[in-house]
Design a protein around this ligand. Structure first.
Ligand code: HEC
Ligand code: HEC
Length: 199
């Protein structure tokens, strides 16, 4: 029932924006199984896409299509998407509402201090500087939204930047790779748990 309501709200939003409905059809038919009907996934290793910036979603889809980003689950999903589909899917997910997680009070501090203040001694900048105080990111600068993202997914990505397997930031001076290289496993655990509840 909830899904139906969310879906018709999304449909109404799309009609209002005059966007092609095909994005909705594609999302429902090919993406919802993993990313959820409303763009919030049930498996914590699969990213939530709801409320992510359109240009970031489209950019990552192009990266999967060109092979710049690889993943056994995703790479096959993008081969048949046209450039139009990719842009429309970006708009579709951007219109969704991200689902925010929760965190135990005593677990907040460690992640919060890294997110908001970085670590000067280790040369780690505050995540907030680019991803925003509430984790909403910055669409103009193409800094992705992080708020509500599953800790397991964010953690996988930080480790992929750290070990150099995710290179989608290569045209941006490898900014996430160089930050992730300075993060310990504990840092990653704390900050991703904080991000999951951030809004
Ligand atoms: C079989 C499951 C599965 C299906 C179906 C699927 N995805 Fe994914 N998707 C994933 C996984 C897993 C990842 C994370 C990949 C990684 O770790 O690099 C992902 C990542 C993404 C990302 C990157 C998100 C980010 O924050 O960087 C986008 C965008 C995306 N998928 C869009 C789509 C779209 C659009 C479709 C439908 C055409 C789709 N996916 C279908 C599993 C799936
Ligand atoms: C200088 C700006 C900047 C700072 C500071 C920064 N990031 Fe990022 N972050 C980015 C950009 C740009 C991307 C997307 C790069 C790409 O296309 O792969 C990104 C991507 C990510 C992703 C992957 C998002 C996804 O949906 O796949 C995570 C997780 C992340 N950052 C976490 C962090 C954390 C945690 C910190 C602080 C320790 C941090 N970032 C600091 C710019 C920044």
């Amino acid at each position: 029932m909830k899904f139906k309501t969310a879906l018709s709200a999304a449909l109404a939003a799309l009609c209002f924006l005059g966007l092609p409905l095909s994005a909705n059809e594609i999302a429902k038919g090919q993406c919802a199984a993993c990313h959820g009907l409303d763009g919030n996934s049930v498996n914590p290793e699969w990213p939530n896409l709801a409320g992510q910036h359109a240009s970031y979603v489209a950019g990552q889809l192009r990266a999967f299509k060109s092979g710049d980003r690889t993943n056994p689950n995703m790479s096959a999903m993008v081969t048949n998407l046209s450039e139009e589909d990719i842009s429309a899917l970006g708009e579709f997910y951007a219109a969704g509402q991200p689902k925010i997680g929760s965190i135990e009070t005593e677990q907040i501090a460690a992640g919060e201090s890294l997110y908001r203040g970085g670590n000067t001694e280790k040369g780690i900048p505050a995540c907030m500087a680019c991803h925003g105080p509430n984790g909403a990111g910055n669409p103009a600068a193409n800094y992705p939204a992080l708020r509500g993202q599953h800790a397991a997914y964010s953690s996988l990505q930080l480790k992929a930047y750290r070990d150099g397997t995710r290179t989608t930031d290569k045209e941006r001076k490898l900014m996430m790779q160089s930050i992730a290289q300075k993060l310990t496993d504990d840092d990653i655990e704390h900050v991703t748990r904080y991000i999951n509840a951030l809004h």
